[in-house]
Design a protein around this ligand. Structure first.
Ligand SMILES: [Fe+2]
Length: 345
């Protein structure tokens, strides 16, 4: 449903204020072929109304011919910044980058963040952004969960469907995604609301059952029949099941890259305004599926790279898989019980 400009501008002002934007700072809005025009205009007005100097940097898209999916998160690797020294210099010189393009994690993004520039990704449609305008309470809840992950040595995930996964922790940091960028060098994504980390390299083991109704991204579909992943030494070594498993297996095989099968980020959703059911209401072209990634009480895991956490693994393939009805525990204490977040755990 359409959104009026005025409340959208006010929402942007809230996000920019939470991101500590100050008058006189420089905001660069990164755009490309798929940038939503209303998001661009309302972000521009909001940043100007707070006294910022606002630039727009429009970059041509890349990777379209390589990806099987139209989803911007489906194919990682080179970005429009690769080798683009002029663009990188402009972004480094900015206090805040509003990424309306989907830059994704890349060496160039890492380099820009290291200069203190903040980057906020916002590419979901306006009504999704408006439904999930971040709040200080979102940050409190997500950072509390991230602190528990940071202190833990093992994450274990079980479900009645048959999941029993053990992930040793400690090599990689815990990450909070709460929807605004209030520290120098911070990257975040509006909308979000989850805490995550990565298993120690080669350490994840067990079984993951992606049950009927769980979600595959970028496929942006609910699984019809269970998929069983056997995990050994940090990799999914077998993908078994019926049609859903065959479709996932074929898609992953297209990358012809053994690193695609590594267990990547693991964590759980903490955003009550995100819903498991919304994916069924949207055209696949209209969303990147942040409701699915953030809905409260999911166990969100991923297959693919760990370079965004400082690891050495890069791969173009990246699959996010939110599961329902899991129990997630840290060092034996339940944090999520059968899909319900236990905040006092
Ligand atoms: Fe992911």
């Amino acid at each position: 449903m359409a959104i009026s400009d005025y409340p959208f501008i006010e929402a942007w002002r809230q996000v920019l204020t939470l991101s500590r934007l100050e008058a006189g700072q420089t905001v660069t809005i990164l755009t490309s072929a798929s940038t939503h025009p209303q998001t661009l205009s309302c972000a521009t007005i909001a940043a100007q109304s707070l006294g910022a100097i606002v630039n727009r940097l429009d970059l041509p898209p890349v990777n379209g011919e390589k990806a099987l999916s139209r989803d911007a998160l489906a194919y990682l690797g080179t970005t429009p910044l690769t080798g683009n020294h002029a663009a990188i210099a402009a972004l480094k010189a900015s206090d805040l980058v509003l990424d309306l393009m989907t830059l994704l994690f890349s060496p160039e993004q890492h380099e820009i963040l290291q200069t203190g520039t903040k980057i906020l990704l916002a590419v979901e449609p306006p009504e999704v952004l408006m439904r999930m305008v971040p709040t200080p309470e979102d940050k409190t809840r997500v950072t509390a969960a991230a602190a528990r992950i940071q202190a833990a040595r093992e994450m274990r995930v079980r479900s009645a469907a048959g999941t029993d996964l053990r992930c040793p922790l400690g090599e990689f940091p815990a990450i909070s995604e709460y929807g605004f960028v209030d520290e120098p060098g911070r990257w975040d994504h509006w909308p979000s609301g989850f805490a995550l980390t990565w298993p120690n390299e080669g350490g994840a083991s067990g079984r993951i059952v992606i049950d009927r109704g769980d979600i595959l991204l970028p496929q942006k579909c609910y699984v019809d029949d269970p998929i069983t992943l056997t995990v050994e030494n940090g990799y999914a070594v077998r993908i078994e099941g019926g049609l859903s498993a065959s479709l996932l297996d074929d898609y992953m095989a297209s990358f012809d890259d053994p690193e695609a099968y590594a267990i990547s980020h693991i964590g759980w959703g903490l955003q009550p305004r995100a819903r498991w059911s919304t994916l069924g209401l949207y055209d696949r072209e209209a969303t990147i599926g942040m409701d699915a990634r953030a809905f409260e009480g999911n166990f969100l895991f991923s297959l693919g790279p760990n370079n965004e956490a400082g690891g050495s693994r890069t791969t173009a393939c990246h699959i996010d898989i939110p599961l329902r009805r899991c129990t997630v525990s840290l060092d034996g204490r339940d944090m999520v019980a059968d899909g319900k977040v236990l905040d006092q755990a």
